[in-house]
Design a protein around this ligand. Structure first.
Ligand SMILES: *[C@@H]1O[C@H](CO)[C@@H](O)[C@H](O)[C@H]1NC(C)=O
Ligand SMILES: *[C@@H]1O[C@H](CO)[C@@H](O)[C@H](O)[C@H]1NC(C)=O
Ligand SMILES: *[C@@H]1O[C@H](CO)[C@@H](O)[C@H](O)[C@H]1NC(C)=O
Ligand SMILES: *[C@@H]1O[C@H](CO)[C@@H](O)[C@H](O)[C@H]1NC(C)=O
Ligand SMILES: *[C@@H]1O[C@H](CO)[C@@H](O)[C@H](O)[C@H]1NC(C)=O
Ligand SMILES: *[C@@H]1O[C@H](CO)[C@@H](O)[C@H](O)[C@H]1NC(C)=O
Ligand SMILES: *[C@@H]1O[C@H](CO)[C@@H](O)[C@H](O)[C@H]1NC(C)=O
Length: 506
């Protein structure tokens, strides 16, 4: 039998962005992969330049590395000019892209107005990497032109679902260790069920960043984030610095409340603030990521971001705040022809809907105790190889222990004994129905490029115009603790990573 990892190759579809897009964005793919070296070199060059220019204000082209070859690229960074849209009616216009040589500082900038570092962590749910390449988003552009961006995107954790990923960003832990292994699951010991919105702390393992912040004696505020309304350890979710989740709260209210935190006296002002928007995930599920309606959804998020950035600008603190805009996962189009029906398995195994903690696009099955997991798995495998299950080649079923190790998913007892991984864009349904729909989904293998999220960061410690290589979202926790100069809890981030994406203190 082929090993799990071999079987899994099937799902690795690296052909995104397309060759065309890749060529178009080749010049944008200027990354640091050996950042420490880059910064050292930058610091040295700045110093040399400084001496050379007889003490004139030091400025230099920041050295970036190409992701492909780690070769030093000293050429100018590319700044897409939105005025090109008027010129050509197209965006981005490859021929008329304006280029500028950014002058960059090799060290972070000093705070001008704020008395202490502040991190504003924003999530735009389901913002697939690349939406900002489809439509002009001037406010996200404001962040990324003078900040740092991950290309092609932030790597989500498996499964690429909302709660596991948000809580991985907050804790720096993979789901198997932070306990939120899906949006819905059953505890095998107590038989109790976790669902989105359950705030009982027993489900939420690990130490989320807001708890870390208050443990370090600083103030934290959350205006929504999965897990933020869970009172646990040093964190007590009470007003005015924590809000119980209410999806009807207008984005304007969330933003204005967050801006209000910056009007507080220095000792009351939060050092960490989270902010969460449901869009464009909501629209993406309904219409699919490539539908023209997505433009309006991401434009709306961008406008809301504009309200926030303008508010910071008015307070003279836009340059002082470390703004980290992320998403939890991407989105892929689904359609009625791309379905695997559980009813097709019936001659081999009658799979009950009740066994499925999650049905699609991760099939997470916990058969009843009186059935042998091994036998259920064997019968499913036989069904899949029988040729009688439609689209069977797009579902791979694993015993939990045999899941590809790169998913880092098996270590939690909460993970169901049988996990099916559905190929990108496919879905599982119980039986055929007359309902026909095309829509959008996520939850697939985290290596799928359609599942990539965004990381766009701007602030005193983020290098200007910098394109970073993709990294896993579990690294974000250490980036925040490093900015706030606080001690974090043990987590799955790699040591030294935060130092490689943040500028040294001014
Ligand atoms: C980037 O920063 C420069 C200098 O601070 C400013 O003039 C420019 O408008 C900024 N670019 C964007 C897109 O905000
Ligand atoms: C949980 O369910 C299993 C199987 O259905 C049963 O054997 C066990 O007693 C239940 N545990 C509790 C705590 O109810
Ligand atoms: C949380 O704060 C409220 C109001 O200040 C207080 O009554 C409550 O005891 C606190 N709970 C915990 C678990 O600290
Ligand atoms: C949720 O927010 C809406 C809009 O602000 C408000 O009308 C509603 O009362 C809130 N619901 C709860 C339970 O607070
Ligand atoms: C699995 O298949 C075997 C025969 O192929 C059958 O006897 C058995 O009942 C099936 N198991 C379940 C749980 O349906
Ligand atoms: C599953 O149920 C169908 C009837 O609904 C039955 O014909 C079939 O034999 C069952 N399969 C197994 C493996 O028990
Ligand atoms: C993740 O971090 C936890 C807590 O430090 C640790 O127990 C676990 O082994 C780590 N997992 C991996 C894959 O590194």
């Amino acid at each position: 039998m082929a090993s799990s990892d071999e079987l899994d190759q099937h799902f690795l579809v690296p052909d995104f962005p397309s060759a065309y897009q890749r060529k178009r964005y080749q010049r944008l793919l200027l990354c640091f992969s050996v950042l420490n070296f880059g910064f050292t070199l930058a610091a040295f060059s700045a110093f040399a330049y400084h001496i050379f220019r007889d003490g004139k204000n030091p400025s230099l082209s920041f050295p970036c590395f190409s992701s492909a070859k780690d070769t030093l690229i000293q050429e100018s960074l590319v700044s897409p000019s939105r005025s090109n849209k008027e010129d050509t009616g197209m965006w981005p216009a490859t021929s008329s892209r304006s280029e500028q040589t950014l002058t960059l500082s090799p060290v972070g900038t000093k705070l001008k107005t704020l008395k202490k570092p502040v991190v504003l962590l924003i999530s735009s749910d389901g913002f697939r990497f690349g939406y900002h390449w489809k439509v002009p988003l001037p406010n996200i552009e404001r962040l990324l032109v003078n900040g740092s961006e991950c290309i092609p995107g932030l790597l989500p954790v498996y499964p690429t679902l909302t709660f596991p990923n948000h809580y991985s960003i907050a804790t720096g832990l993979y789901p198997a260790w932070h306990g939120i292994i899906a949006n819905k699951f059953t505890d095998p010991i107590t038989n109790e069920t976790f669902k989105m919105g359950v705030v009982d702390p027993k489900w939420w393992l690990g130490e989320p960043i807001w708890e870390t912040v208050v443990k370090n004696g600083l103030v934290a505020a959350t205006y929504f984030w999965p897990g933020s309304d869970v009172s646990k350890g040093a964190w007590n979710c009470t007003l005015p610095f924590c809000h119980l989740y209410n999806s009807s709260t207008p984005y304007e209210d969330r933003i204005d409340t967050v801006l209000g935190y910056f009007d507080l006296p220095d000792d009351e002002m939060p050092s960490f603030i989270s902010l969460y928007f449901e869009e464009p995930d909501h629209t993406g599920h309904i219409v699919g990521p490539d539908d023209p309606h997505m433009d309006a959804a991401v434009t709306f998020v961008d406008q809301m971001l504009g309200r926030l950035l303008d508010g910071l600008d008015e307070r003279g603190i836009f340059e002082d705040v470390n703004i980290i805009l992320v998403s939890d996962h991407g989105m892929v189009g689904t359609c009625d022809t791309k379905v695997i029906y559980l009813e097709d398995f019936r001659p081999w195994i009658n799979i009950s809907a009740e066994w499925a903690d999650t049905l699609t696009p991760m099939l997470a099955l916990r058969p009843p105790a009186e059935l042998s997991v091994e036998e259920v798995y064997q019968n499913m495998t036989e069904a899949l190889s029988s040729g009688m299950v439609e689209n069977s080649e797009f579902l791979k079923v694993y015993l939990k222990e045999e899941l590809p190790s790169r998913l880092l998913y098996s270590s939690s007892e909460r993970v169901e004994p049988i996990i099916g991984i559905v190929a990108e864009g496919y879905k599982i349904e119980l039986s055929r129905s007359p309902n026909k729909e095309c829509a959008g989904a996520h939850g697939y293998d985290n290596t799928a490029l359609s599942m990539r999220a965004i990381f766009v960061a701007h602030g005193p410690l983020f290098a200007q115009g910098c394109k970073l290589e993709s990294f896993a979202n579990i690294e974000v926790y250490n980036i925040i603790t490093r900015i706030l100069k606080i001690t974090g809890a043990a987590n799955n981030g790699s040591s030294g990573f935060a130092d490689s994406v943040l500028l040294p203190e001014a």
